[in-house]
Design a protein around this ligand. Structure first.
Ligand SMILES: Nc1ncnc2c1ncn2[C@@H]1O[C@H](COP(=O)(O)OP(=O)(O)OP(=O)(O)O)[C@@H](O)[C@H]1O
Length: 766
């Protein structure tokens, strides 16, 4: 049997299936009712516990023993409350899952005859497990249960699933897929394939949505390998545009949360996404599966958090625009290739090793504008320690030494005249606080003396606070100067001067952020994020080797899943090679899975886009029909703009869904958006900070369209003037592959050389 056979409503099974479905729904309703009772009870408990929290706590602080007893009784009460709150949270989560199940209790079924067993079991698969009323039989199996894996991995016939005791083998005698919406059975297919194409056809043929959807009902076999992979510390997922890398990654998160539910929650997972729009776009997938969302960040947000506020960090998008402008300074371009080469990391490590013996640059430390400790003194103190000690340990010792000296300074400063002046400037509230403190110790000391003493302490303490912080954060080290020094040391003098020039203004280029922070961490040995257990990096082709290395260093106990497509590289550095997606021969626990089939676009669109890139012949289109891409070559700007505006109007009138006009640069987007607005179209211009779609027609540069899809895409100017350098090829490919159903290209002038004559048969003249 090939393909999927719809089961008609006249078929005897239809009635049976419908009855079963209704029975399962009524079981879900009953469970919900029971849960509501439990939940209400728990909620009342929590409210009552909060209201009477102090009633049963005897607060007695007279004797040390009483203090301990008070603490213990407080702790007990707090634990009870938090246990109830946790249970209430769990019930709430269960309720959410049941609500989802009620809509679609299951989407698939396999009948499995285990070898050696007489009975064939019908396994219904849904987003969560559901037991019958005696808690004996599974009415629905969670899609992540080991037995459910057969649904995704095998067509009817021999099959097996893994268990702790080894593989269980048998025969799948039936494989059925259901379309259930709002509790109603709308369709049913028996299939001879792993996942029937009819189901995929109907899913992929739908209009795009502002939020990505889960693919739980139609996960493909190769995607299932990504989802359930547990062997590797580093998993590389390479795949063509639209092959489901992001979708599979999010299903993988849900899978891991289920598999390791005892020790893993969504807070232990972090997804690095390319921009805020993407973050928002994928934010509904996990909640749709009844799971909490994982944490998301962009690399830019992460770097910004780690740099002091007074730094102006260039955004990755400004970086792209700078290099797209074709006016990049030679020094910066040269610097970029140095900083993104794999050898660079080795050089950085070598430099740090050399600093163990000499070369650390410290800052002069000031107190009230006067030199307190000189950099030479700090250097001497540091290097008199044994070089076998790590740099960070020695810095710790320097900090301890300085803090002790600071205490002495504090004592010495208190009687000085400047303190009197500052005391006069203290506000009334501070005076009152100090006065209260003094009266608490009534009778012990002379009040006025004590009050003055406390005030002096307070003034000096406030004054030394910035210095103390500087010492505690090891900010006594001049990391900026040393970072510049490193380039001189490595023989890149001109690059060093260029960095020094920008650092003086507290400007940091995007390509310096990761090396700078990594370098700083190597020296200072700052704490790492140990609670993050899995990181996912989407659009990994746009990362440099050092950016990945830095993230590995920050999240040392984390497994890494990198998702990317070398053909979609939009950063200048990545055109030279896509290191993050190449296997690292030093990394043992590493695995690569390549997804070949592209699901997003119709077959004619994929046949066209695969011509644009090297190795495109390896991309497999999913057989979904649609019109061929349409191409319109125009002679001048006026004609071009009129064409784009007319096309936008036409798409709007046809209610195509979500349409995007994709440009190469932001400036181009702005121009087109103005034209469209003037022509009366309701279009949204997407900025790098935009996090939400607000119109059905969007205008955006290609690098902001990464990872997202639209019903129709208009590539605004596929001219030779716009796309001629090798790396423009990838931008063009990325732009075209955003289209699900319809793709239009137009040019202002001569056509880009990347659309060669051989591509001719894959598009029509518009
Ligand atoms: N197994 C599947 N079942 C249904 N739809 C799927 C499946 N796999 C992928 N899709 C759909 O294909 C589209 C592309 O998926 P996704 O965005 O995950 O691909 P991607 O490889 O991350 O793409 P890109 O590299 O272009 O960002 C989405 O609409 C997704 O829902």
């Amino acid at each position: 049997m090939k393909g999927a056979v719809p089961v008609s409503q006249e078929h005897t099974d239809w009635e049976k299936e419908n009855e079963r479905l209704q029975a399962v729904i009524s079981r879900i309703e009953k469970k919900k009712e029971a849960l509501k009772g439990d939940s209400d009870e728990l909620k009342d408990d929590v409210i009552e516990l909060r209201r009477t929290f102090w009633d049963d706590v005897t607060v007695n602080l007279d004797e040390p023993d009483d203090v301990i007893e008070t603490q213990a009784s407080l702790k007990q009460r707090a634990e009870l409350l938090s246990e109830r709150e946790r249970s209430h949270g769990l019930l709430h989560q269960q309720k959410k899952t049941l609500n989802k199940l009620e809509e679609t209790p299951y989407f698939g079924r396999i009948d499995f005859a285990e070898d050696g067993e007489n009975e064939t079991e019908s396994i219904y698969i849904g987003i969560a497990s559901l037991m019958d009323k005696n808690d004996e039989e599974f009415l629905v199996y969670d899609w992540r249960a080991p037995i459910s894996s057969m649904y995704y991995d095998f067509a009817p016939g021999r099959a097996y699933y893994p268990t702790l005791d080894g593989d269980v083998e048998g025969d799948i005698t039936l494989k059925r897929q259901y379309i259930v919406k709002r509790g109603n059975l709308e369709g049913m297919f028996d299939t001879g394939l792993t996942i029937g194409d009819e189901l995929l056809q109907s899913l992929l043929g739908q209009q795009s949505s502002p939020q990505m959807k889960s693919i739980v009902a139609s996960i493909q076999r190769e995607q299932n390998q990504v989802i359930r992979n547990e062997r590797s510390k580093m998993l590389l997922v390479r795949g063509a545009a639209g092959s489901g890398k992001t979708s599979a990654a999010l299903q993988r998160v849900a899978y891991l949360l289920y598999k390791h539910r005892e020790k893993l929650d969504a807070g232990n997972m972090l997804l690095f996404s390319p921009n805020p729009l993407f973050t928002r776009y994928v934010s509904n997938v996990l909640p749709e599966l009844g799971e909490d969302n994982l944490q998301q960040s962009t690399l830019f947000q992460h770097f910004k958090k780690r740099l002091p506020n007074d730094w102006a960090l260039e955004s990755p998008h400004a970086h792209i625009e700078y290099f797209l402008s074709e006016q990049a300074e030679a020094t910066r371009s040269q610097g970029l290739s140095v900083k993104t080469s794999p050898r660079f990391i080795e050089q950085l490590h070598d430099y740090v090793s050399s600093l163990s013996h000499s070369g650390l640059i410290f800052k002069d430390l000031y107190f009230r504008g006067e030199l307190w400790v000189t950099k030479a003194q700090l250097q001497d103190y540091f290097y008199q320690m044994a070089s076998s000690m790590s740099i960070s340990d020695r810095l710790e010792t320097v900090a301890e030494w300085l803090l002790k000296m600071l205490q002495i300074t504090e004592r010495e400063e208190r009687p000085k005249a400047w303190v009197d002046e500052k005391m006069d400037l203290l506000d009334q509230a501070t005076y009152n606080r100090v006065f209260e403190k003094v009266t608490e110790n009534e009778g012990t000391f002379n009040d006025t003396v004590l009050q003055e003493d406390l005030l002096r302490k307070l003034v000096v303490r406030r004054m030394v606070k910035p210095l103390r912080k500087q010492i505690q954060t090891f900010d006594v080290l001049d990391v900026e100067a040393m970072y510049v020094q490193f380039f001189r040391w490595a023989g890149y003098k001109v690059i060093a001067e260029e960095i020094a020039y920008h650092f003086k203004k507290r400007d940091m280029h995007w390509e310096d952020a990761a090396p700078f922070l990594y370098f700083e961490d190597l020296l200072k040995g700052r704490p790492v994020y140990a609670d993050i257990r899995h990181i996912f990096i989407d659009e990994a082709q746009d990362y440099t080797t050092i950016q990945i290395r830095y993230l590995q260093h920050l999240f040392p106990s984390s497994r890494l899943t990198l998702l990317g497509d070398a053909n979609q590289a939009v950063h200048a550095h990545t055109s030279a090679g896509n290191a993050p997606l190449e296997e690292d021969s030093n990394e043992k626990e590493q695995e690569t899975i390549t997804l070949h089939r592209s699901y997003r676009s119709t077959q004619p669109i994929v046949e066209f886009t695969k011509q644009l890139v090297p190795n495109g012949e390896q991309i497999e289109a999913f057989e979904r029909p649609g019109p061929k891409p349409a191409m319109k070559q125009l002679e001048n700007e006026k004609q071009h703009d009129r064409y784009v505006c007319d096309l936008a109007k036409q798409l709007e009138e046809r209610e195509i869904g979500m349409a995007a006009i994709v440009t190469k640069t932001f400036a181009e987007s702005e121009e087109i958006w103005e034209q469209l607005t003037r022509a009366g179209r309701d279009a949204q211009l997407i900025h790098e900070q935009t996090s939400e779609f607000k119109a059905a027609l969007l205008v955006l540069p290609v690098y902001l369209a990464k990872g997202i899809e639209f019903d129709a895409v208009v590539v605004s100017d596929a001219s030779a003037a716009n796309y001629h350098r090798e790396r423009d090829r990838y931008l063009l490919y990325t732009a075209c592959t955003r289209a699900m159903h319809e793709l239009y290209l137009c040019t202002n002038g001569e056509l880009t050389p990347f659309i060669t004559d051989s591509v001719y048969e894959h598009y029509v003249q518009g």
